[in-house]
Design a binder for this molecule. Structure first.
Ligand SMILES: N[C@@H](CCC(=O)N[C@@H](CS)C(=O)NCC(=O)O)C(=O)O
Length: 227
């Protein structure tokens, strides 16, 4: 098994961050290929990613030539390939709950994603204050508060289900958004965010995002699509 993970810019690509953090934190072996988030006709993104993923999106995991795309499918593929690695929590109900949380992330939080797109290197408290004043963003934040507080209380922490799992990887980009936009959160949530940023995988992703210095203009398709 030779795994290759195709990702977008580390500064911006929240979906890419999830499997990368998951695999890195769990010590799963893989090579990475970073493709700039330039969706224009004839771009390297379209030709490179389009060749392996008909949906033309990152992340894509390629295992000896076999491509798996979409974060949820990649996560399940890794769980099946490395059943002992701890992709999901060990207990069946925790596993079900962790899957529910990841699915909720995958299909939800559109206001937070739209108004606070991930941008690791930026500190945007004014944009954050404007976003937090919106009812839809406030609703997303309230759901995050409730979800993380309940999970941390039930597990005892330090991660959502005790030990690190895919649930923490799925919410790592949300931690980056809350921090970057200085969104108002409780002390419990703030402390969890700090623990996520202390994970070796997240530290590495952040350091590499800061080194990138490949800024994508606000009006380029990636930024206007807001994800
Ligand atoms: N549901 C997909 C979302 C992936 C996604 O939207 N990735 C963005 C980059 S972060 C992308 O490749 N967008 C290409 C496009 O919009 O054309 C997943 O979970 O992997």
């Amino acid at each position: 098994m030779a795994l290759q993970l195709f990702i977008g810019n580390k500064n911006y690509s929240s979906w890419s961050m999830r499997p990368w953090v998951l695999m890195t934190e769990l010590g799963l072996p893989f090579d990475e290929t970073l493709v700039r988030l330039d969706f224009s006709e004839g771009s390297a993104f379209r030709s490179t990613v389009g060749r392996i993923n008909p949906a033309v999106r990152v992340p894509v995991l390629v295992d000896d030539g076999f491509a798996v795309w979409d974060t949820l499918a990649i996560t399940e593929y890794l769980h099946e390939a490395f059943p002992q690695a701890g992709v999901w929590p060990a207990a069946a109900r925790d596993r079900a709950r962790a899957r529910s949380l990841c699915a909720e992330m995958h299909s939800g939080f559109s206001a937070l994603r739209t108004h606070c797109p991930m941008n690791i290197e930026a500190r945007l408290p004014d944009a954050g204050a404007r976003a937090a004043a919106r009812e839809d963003v406030a609703r997303d934040l309230a759901r995050i508060e409730a979800m993380w507080s309940e999970a941390l209380q039930a597990s005892g922490g330090p991660m959502l289900f005790g030990a690190f799992s895919a649930a923490d990887a799925f919410y790592a980009p949300v931690c980056a958004r809350i921090r970057g936009y200085a969104l108002p959160v409780s002390a419990t949530v703030q402390a969890y965010i700090e623990r996520v940023f202390a994970l070796k995988s997240v530290r590495r992703w952040e350091a590499e995002a800061l080194l990138e210095r490949d800024f994508i203009a606000e009006d380029e398709p990636y930024r206007t699509r807001r994800d």
